[in-house]
Design a protein around this ligand. Structure first.
Ligand code: ATP
Ligand code: MN
Length: 143
């Protein structure tokens, strides 16, 4: 049913909850697991603040590496990680298209989420526009 599963991550705890489900699906279906971190627009002027850009990129690389480590520890056969730039929802949809993704697994919320919204804006846009099923994973409310 699924050959290529994408779990986009922003490094948040909720994205991490999605990673657990994505790993389980990848194992069950013997699918390749892809993970993607998008460095958000507006892009920071590299000339002005290289250390800021580096910090954002290394946050992304760490988030990707955490997913890869968890997937390998769980014996997922093939894992691929990438970092993209731009509007996260657009980069996620492009990745789906370009990599023949057939299932997206993502958090209901991310780093900046306000509890009053049902879904974060990135997830909402991906759910609306993705040509494939999107599995959304939340975390237990804190109180
Ligand atoms: P908002 O960004 O709308 O203020 P939020 O941060 O709570 O709210 P989203 O950004 O939609 O919510 O995050 C929901 C999920 O989308 C995350 O758990 C993650 O799976 C994915 N996601 C969000 N931002 C990125 C990103 N920059 N790169 C990759 N995946 C992302
Ligand atoms: Mn967000």
């Amino acid at each position: 049913m699924y050959d290529s599963i994408l779990v986009p991550t922003d490094g948040s705890d909720t994205a991490q909850a999605a990673v657990d489900h994505a790993i389980d699906h990848a194992k069950r279906y013997d699918a390749t697991l892809h993970t993607l971190y998008v460095v958000e627009e507006p892009p920071i002027d590299e000339g002005d603040a290289p250390e800021v850009l580096d910090a954002i990129e290394s946050t992304g690389e760490r988030a990707i590496q955490d997913v890869i480590d968890a997937a390998r520890a769980a014996d997922v056969g093939t894992v691929e990680g990438s970092v993209a730039e731009g509007a996260p929802y657009r980069a996620i949809l492009e990745y789906v298209d370009q990599n023949d993704i057939d299932l997206v697994v993502m958090g209901t919320h991310g780093r900046t989420g306000l509890d009053r919204y049902l879904l974060g804006s990135v997830t909402e846009k991906v759910v609306r526009s993705a040509p494939v099923p999107v599995l959304t994973v939340g975390t237990e409310p804190a109180d």
